[in-house]
Design a protein around this ligand. Structure first.
Ligand SMILES: Nc1ncnc2c1ncn2[C@@H]1O[C@H](COP(=O)(O)OP(=O)(O)OP(=O)(O)O)[C@@H](O)[C@H]1O
Length: 702
């Protein structure tokens, strides 16, 4: 029997329940025969197609057996138990009686992976997260209220096989939703901020891949730990990647994914940290948004003499890396029977692992569970070495020491520890300092408390007149620059040579607009500015939003501006970004000066126009992130900004707390991607809506 720590002060009844749950194993599943007596399918749909467009820096390089993983995961439960006394056995704890009730209704007969997934959902997925959540996040809560939950995520991921995620609960208007919010308020502040940020973006803590009993039998599962060096199937080949116009969306989707950082204090032991060796395959760190800049996926073959393209060098890191030329040669030899060229995908350990890795990379998770009912492998994605460390095959219905209950509570705890460590680490990489958990593929670069710089908005806030003038002067200087050099300096990115962009979109504008320092026509052809991207704020409908600093070159006395760069990649995103830019120009032309972000300009990628960028001043954090009530003056200010926008004939049409920012310069309304001309009725409705948002955030004071 798994034993709980004797040091905590919980009652013997509670400890017995906990021990019982830890010793729990799910039933053995049985394949339900098909009515037509046909053999059950041993194949499944093709792996997620977007994974086949991965660059080398994202692809899995090797699978390594890590037998100690299971023991380490169980240990994380013991460690959590040692730290705290436990809450009383009230709330949603899956007691033996509740589990018995479920077991009586559960039929262990399954036909396909959906059946396997449903049984997992009704048992392990229900029992273990709540225990892990209480142990790792809120042991002082007055009862067992889960802050994390297991969810199927099939529709979201477009995969042909069942998969699932562990995520933080989003707020819900239920009794437990309210109790959950109260529990969150009692959490330690660092973890609380991470939890809040992750549930806002619905970022998962870990991912799951399911197979049916017939598609993931013992032979397939036992082959997983033996895979060794991994041959990642590409669409096209690594040296001549897919350029099919029909796949552009998928390439764009992949190109913004960053491998991210590994946790520093891993909740498991890797061979390297226990004295063994991990062979780290050479990788090249590349721009997350320029496909052609990763030498591994260059669309132009390397010149025969190994001559390097300027852009190829641009995002290459220095020491110990294999050159693009060397890599190309090695790949050519092994690429002859590239499975990406095959149209069918046999169920195999290879395809299972590829899908799980692709999904974990997309979701930025480290832990993954590969589960086929009576067999399971737990994997850990190590980003730096592009290695998947895997447990030996576990048989859920008979595993002991640890039993399945304890193992999966440990899996959930370890995933929480891993995420918290990584978020803290990413925060240290964000230039903005303060509270942000920026950097990384999915980080939130909204950190507050940045070094004092000229920050967005025009008036209404705390900036002095000198600050305002410095901002105006620098914006004016920037608005004259035709060229833009963009560097990446966050997370794993450090580009020594910039990507270059050219100002575009000469718009027919009114005289009023021409005289504005923000007009793109107001420029000298050869002047240039530099933007250093320092963190990622998030992804939206119009692409990705990044935070950075801007400095016009050759301009005496110009300060450094805190900016936000919105990058668009596909046609739809580009159109929406263009529309947003035009809206900003229109509003300025109609005299709306306060409460909307000053725009520096709209730029196209100099090389092939595959990306475009809208650059604007950084305007602060969403009002919903504010840890105090809004003041009456701030609420009135926001209402008057909205009135001036309406007066200009524009309906924002996407007013929500995320699109009203508060910064050094007061309140700013952003994101005009959905805006349109408005009727009086629509204006009034939008007015009432903003009023109600502000009322909710102002408390009594307004
Ligand atoms: N000027 C700015 N200053 C500070 N943060 C900003 C600024 N512009 C955008 N952001 C941040 O970036 C996020 C995404 O920006 P925005 O909403 O404009 O993008 P989007 O692609 O249109 O997103 P969505 O699909 O949510 O509408 C915002 O929620 C906000 O936090």
């Amino acid at each position: 029997m798994a034993s709980t720590s004797a040091t905590n002060a919980s009652s013997p009844i509670d400890l017995k329940e906990l021990d019982d749950l830890f010793s729990w194993n799910p039933p053995r599943l049985v394949l339900r025969p098909r009515v037509d007596n046909r053999k059950p399918a041993t194949t499944t749909g093709p792996p997620a197609f977007f994974g086949r467009h991965f660059s080398r820096k994202l692809a899995l390089q090797q699978v390594v057996r890590l037998p100690s993983l299971v023991e380490d995961l169980a240990k994380s439960v013991d460690l959590a138990l040692e730290k705290h006394a436990l809450p009383e056995l009230s709330g949603l704890f899956p007691t033996a009686a509740k589990r018995m009730e479920v077991a009586q209704k559960l039929e262990p007969y399954v036909r396909d992976e959906k059946g396997v997934c449903q049984i997992y959902s009704r048992t392990t997925g229900d029992y273990c997260p709540i225990v892990a959540s209480t142990l790792a996040l809120n042991p002082k809560a007055p009862g067992w209220i889960p802050l994390i939950r297991w969810t199927e995520a099939v529709s979201r991921t477009r995969h042909a096989i069942m998969d699932a995620e562990l995520t933080f609960y989003a707020p819900a208007d239920t009794e437990f939703g309210q109790r959950r919010e109260e529990v969150i308020k009692t959490m330690e502040s660092g973890r609380r901020r991470i939890l809040e940020a992750m549930r806002k973006t619905q970022s998962p803590l870990m991912t799951f891949e399911f197979k049916s009993l017939s598609a993931g039998p013992a032979e397939v599962m036992t082959a997983v730990p033996e895979l060794g060096k991994f041959k990642w199937p590409y669409c096209g080949s690594p040296d001549h990647p897919c350029s099919d116009p029909k796949h552009k969306n998928m390439r764009d989707e992949v190109v913004v994914i960053s491998p991210g950082l590994d946790a520093l204090h891993l909740p498991w032991n890797l061979p390297s940290s226990s004295g063994g060796t991990i062979q780290i395959p050479p990788t090249t760190q590349a721009s997350p948004f320029f496909l052609q800049e990763d030498p591994g996926i260059s669309s132009v073959p390397e010149p025969a003499g190994g001559g390097k393209r300027k852009r190829t060098q641009a995002f290459k890191t220095s020491e110990g890396r294999t050159t693009a030329k060397d890599k190309g040669k090695k790949r050519q030899k092994t690429d002859v029977d590239n499975p990406a060229h095959q149209n069918h995908h046999d169920v195999s350990a290879q395809s299972l692992v590829q899908q799980a890795w692709a999904q974990a990379t997309k979701a930025d998770t480290s832990l993954m569970v590969l589960h086929s009912g009576n067999h399971e492998v737990i994997g850990v994605r190590h980003r730096e070495s592009q290695t998947l460390f895997v447990s030996d095959v576990i048989e859920p219905h008979i595993c002991v020491n640890p039993s399945y209950g304890k193992l999966h509570v440990g899996v959930c705890i370890a995933s929480i520890e891993d995420v918290c460590d990584r978020k803290v680490r990413q925060g240290a990489f964000a230039d903005s300092g303060g509270e942000g958990s920026g950097g990384g593929g999915k980080g939130n670069g909204r950190g507050r408390g940045a070094k004092k710089r000229t920050t967005g908005g025009l008036g209404g806030g705390d900036n002095s007149v000198e600050d305002e003038l410095a901002i105006m002067k620098t914006i004016y200087g920037a608005s004259k620059c035709h060229m833009l050099h963009m560097f990446l300096r966050y997370d794993v990115y450090d580009s020594p040579v910039p990507a270059s962009f050219i100002r575009s979109l000469r718009l027919p504008m009114s005289q009023n607009c021409l005289s504005s320092p923000f007009s793109p026509l107001n420029r000298a052809q050869n002047e240039c500015m530099t933007v250093i991207l320092t963190s990622e704020i998030g992804h939206g409908a119009t692409g990705v939003a990044l935070r950075g600093t801007l400095k016009p070159e050759n301009m005496k006395g110009a300060g450094v501006l805190d900016v936000v760069v919105k990058l668009a990649f596909d046609d739809g995103q580009r159109d929406s970004l263009k529309k947003e830019y035009k809206l900003y120009l229109l509003l300025r032309a109609k005299g709306v000066q306060r409460g909307i972000t000053p725009i520096i300009g709209f730029f196209d990628d100099d090389a092939d126009g595959s990306a475009c960028a809208l650059i604007m001043l950084y305007a602060g954090v969403p009002i919903s992130d504010l840890e105090r009530n809004l003041t009456a003056a701030e609420c009135n200010g926001a209402m008057s900004v909205q009135d001036s926008i309406h007066c200009a004939g524009v309906l924002h049409d996407d007013i929500r707390p995320d699109n009203v920012l508060i910064g050094d310069s007061g309140l700013t309304i952003i994101d005009f991607g959905h805006s349109r001309q408005c009727s009086k009725k629509a204006k009034d409705q939008e007015r009432v809506y903003l009023q109600s948002i502000l009322q909710g955030l102002a408390g009594e004071s307004w």
